[in-house]
Structure formats: structure tokens, C-alpha cells
Design a protein around this ligand. Sequence first.
Ligand code: PGA
Length: 254
Amino acid sequence: MNQHRKMVIAGNWKMNKTPNEAKQLVKKLIPLVSAATCEVVICVPYVDLHAALEESRGTGLKIGAQNCHYETSGAFTGEISAKMLAEMQVDYVIIGHSERRAYFGETDVTVNKRALACLKFGLNTIICVGETLSQRQAGITEEVLRMQTKLALADLTAGETDKLVIAYEPIWAIGTGLAATAEIANNACFMIRSAIKEIFDDQTANRISILYGGSMNKNNAAELLSQPDIDGGLIGGASLEPHDFAKIVEIAVG
Ligand code: PGA
């Protein structure tokens, strides 16, 4: 963590919790994180957004979605646009999560288009990048991260990066209980920051928060979050238990 960057602890609920369950979970979480001095976000299923926004109104807790379409409106059955999310006053959107890339055909091109749409509508945009186990074993982690980062940020100007956050999520660590070591995670975040420097400049790259995601929990958070290039966490499983998530927030703010 670098003092000039925003520390972000974001929960990714994935396809969990009905609207009623979301309301209860947010209600439990709010008092546990109300004193946090970092950005605390939960990214919930679309149908839970309304309940989560209502319940968190007037508190510091930020609410996010887990995807959005790149067009503003049109014949895209089943999709939700950035404009719709912005009007609901959703704060954050996750773009390009590896589960979307693996199961729903997201590509670097559509990730880029979605990110541009989110930023255009003023949404804080968390773009996920990360290598598979076979890519890591083949020694091409750096190439993969540079390529994903550069393609995700294509056509973006440095001035549009104010609301941009990147999440480094090694696919082999997601939902497996096998978090990356702090050293591996920090090195990868450094590689991503170097790629951002190549696209823009040092100043821009040094302002963008880069999160680590993949089996982060209350036991490994302290070591991961103390690394110089890790500016927060994107947390799946552990974000569904309010006390565990709040503990990570507590660790993040030190
Ligand atoms: P996990 O998920 O914490 O359950 O590994 C992280 C993510 O997919 O964002």
C-alpha cells in the first residue's frame, strides 16, 4: 500500500443472496465497517442492488454491480447498461472477472468496451486480470498480465483513469483456498503497474489502486495488504460472512 493511493476492500458476492438476504447482510455489515477509513464496497447481484442501496444509504458503504453491457440501450435481451447502473447511483462495477471470461465468453475486447462504458457514466470500474495455472507454469505470467491490462485500457486517456481500479486475480487462486503468496501477488501487481506506466506515465500508474483477489481471508489479509503494490482486496467467499469481511477491512485500515 502506498499512501498516495486509495485502499479499497471490495466484496464480490457472485451469484449469492436473494434481495431479502442481501438486506439482512448489509444491515449486519454496516455497523462493523462504519469506522473504516478505506473504501469499503460490496458488489452484489443486479436484483440485490436496490435493497443494498436502500439499506446503505447515508453510510460509507459503497455498492457495486458485477458486470454491465457496453451499449447504453438496445436489443440486448437480459443485459444491463452502465447508464442504468449510474441512474440507480451504483458506485462500482466489476468488469472482466475471470468467471465472466471463462463461462460467458468475455474477451479482452468486450472487457475494454464495458470498461469504457462504465467510466463514461462515472462508475468506479474494477477491471480484473489474471493468469491461469498453466500460463504461470509456462512462465508467461508477465506477458499475459501486460496483454490483458493493455487491451483492457485501450482507447482510455490518462484523464479518464480517476475512477479506474485494477484487480489482480490469479485464476488458480480464486475459490480454491490457495491464495498467492504475498511475494507472488506483489510482483504481479508491480507488473500490472509497469504495464500501466507503458500506456500512460509514472504519475498515472502510481495513482491507480491495484487490488489482489483470490482466496483472501482474515488470516492472510495482513501479509497481502502490507505489500507496497497491493492497494486492497477483491474478496469472494470471505465477503459473504460479515464478521470475516469486516475483519479484513479492519486489517486494511491498520
Ligand atoms: P475468492 O474469490 O475470494 O472466493 O477466491 C475472489 C474473486 O473471485 O473475486
